[in-house]
Ligand binder design. Structure first.
Ligand code: PLP
Length: 379
């Protein structure tokens, strides 16, 4: 889709990008200033593999301030983006044929990393009418003697589902019965939350040794290109991740780490301002999507996507093209409406399409007007 979108743009066509997976905001000035200072102060040498101690202390500070979680620097490994944190964790924990339970829809990297580690992906289907959340019963039914890991994101990319404390507590009750199972909690969208306080499953102290909390600076601080992510985990897991990282990449970029210290320890005002803007866009997108017949749209509690089921359009045609599945629909919207989106099969939900609202209000309005026009032509 991205390649096709670029090709159309290359032909001079005005393609509106609703496939974006990153904030369309600039990194806050005080964070950029910290990076500029780091360059001038010559932070130019190799960094410790797990990240500067000051940054790991800053992560601990943040986890206490925002999540009331107690971690020490030896529990923290900073990586080149949360993607590397996920990769380190999966390669450290998953052996051949180990099962990894992943509720759908999920970020595509999850299943690919598990396969690369020669693990087996065990999907649990969730549904819009269950708010795209997994139930304790579903999790318990999926656990076997080969289960190594359960992994999920809250807020979820792509559904926007956000788990409440009560829902996490009910899942924690299941995990208490299976002490061999690790839990990877991806909280990268923590701040992009429209429904209240972020809750982490790591708050359940008796499970904390088995929980790998993944987070990073990409989404909450508009720092996707800086590549800073981290885990908070038991020291044994942290040590294993550090060992792997030491061979793959060494410690993350020095300047990005110094900027990361500023991001995590100073004012969150720019983050909250960004979230305020996402809140208005979410409201508008939901209004616009409601005007479209047959589009079943779950209201996201977090992240910056809507993920509607588009199966209403299957079998419909504009006289030229017949829509057989959501992938056809994405291609139709790209070629007819010049709007790019992401096919749901990349997230384990083939009937859905992900539309981002990490684009200006003007582009969102223009994009959805075009989508409405293109879908009206289908009968
Ligand atoms: N986890 C989820 C759910 C994501 O959507 C992403 C990025 O899109 C990441 C992790 C990776 O973040 P990073 O940019 O820090 O590698």
């Amino acid at each position: 889709m991205a390649k096709l979108g670029r090709e159309l743009r290359g032909k001079g066509i005005d393609v509106i990008d609703l496939s974006l997976g990153e904030p369309d905001f600039d990194t806050p000035q005080h964070i950029k200033d910290a990076a500029i200072k780091a360059i001038n102060d010559n932070w130019s040498h190799y960094t410790p593999v797990a990240g500067y101690l000051e940054l790991r202390e800053a992560v601990c500070f943040k986890l206490k301030r925002d999540n009331n979680l107690d971690y020490k620097p030896e529990n923290i490994v900073v990586s080149t983006g949360a993607k590397q944190s996920l990769a380190n964790t999966i390669f450290a924990l998953v052996d051949d044929d180990d099962e990894v339970i992943i509720p759908t829809p999920y970020w595509v990297t999850y299943s690919e990393l598990v396969k690369m580690a020669r693990g087996k992906v065990v999907e649990i289907r969730t549904h819009a009418d269950a708010c795209f959340k997994v139930t304790p019963e579903q999790v318990e039914a999926a656990i076997t003697s080969r289960t190594k890991l359960f992994m999920f994101s809250s807020p979820c990319n792509p559904s926007g589902a956000v788990y409440s404390k009560e829902e996490l507590s009910a899942l924690a009750d299941v995990f208490r019965r299976y002490p061999e199972v690790f839990i990877l909690s991806d909280e990268i969208y923590e701040y992009i939350n429209f429904v209240g306080r972020h809750e982490s499953i790591a708050q359940f102290d008796d499970l904390k040794d088995r929980i790998i909390l993944v987070n990073g600076l990409s989404k909450g601080f508009a720092m996707t290109g800086w590549r800073v992510g981290y885990i908070a985990a038991h020291t044994e897991v942290a040590k294993a991740c550090e060992k792997l990282q030491g061979q793959f990449t060494s410690g993350p970029n020095s300047i990005a780490q110094r900027a990361g210290i500023a991001a995590l320890t100073t004012d969150l005002k720019p983050t909250f301002e960004m979230v305020k803007e996402f809140t208005s866009r979410r409201k508008r997108v939901l209004e616009l999507a409601k005007q479209i017949p047959g589009l079943q749209c779950f209201e996201p509690g977090g992240a910056f996507y809507i993920f509607p089921d588009m199966s209403f359009y299957y079998g419909k045609t504009d006289g030229n093209i017949t829509i057989r599945n959501a992938s056809d629909l994405c291609m139709y919207l790209l070629n007819t409406a010049h709007v790019s989106s992401v096919m749901g099969d990349a997230f384990g939900e083939p009937d859905c399409v992900r539309f981002s609202f990490a684009n200006s209000m003007q582009n969102i309005e223009r994009g959805w007007e075009r989508i409405l026009g293109a879908l009206k032509k289908l009968s």
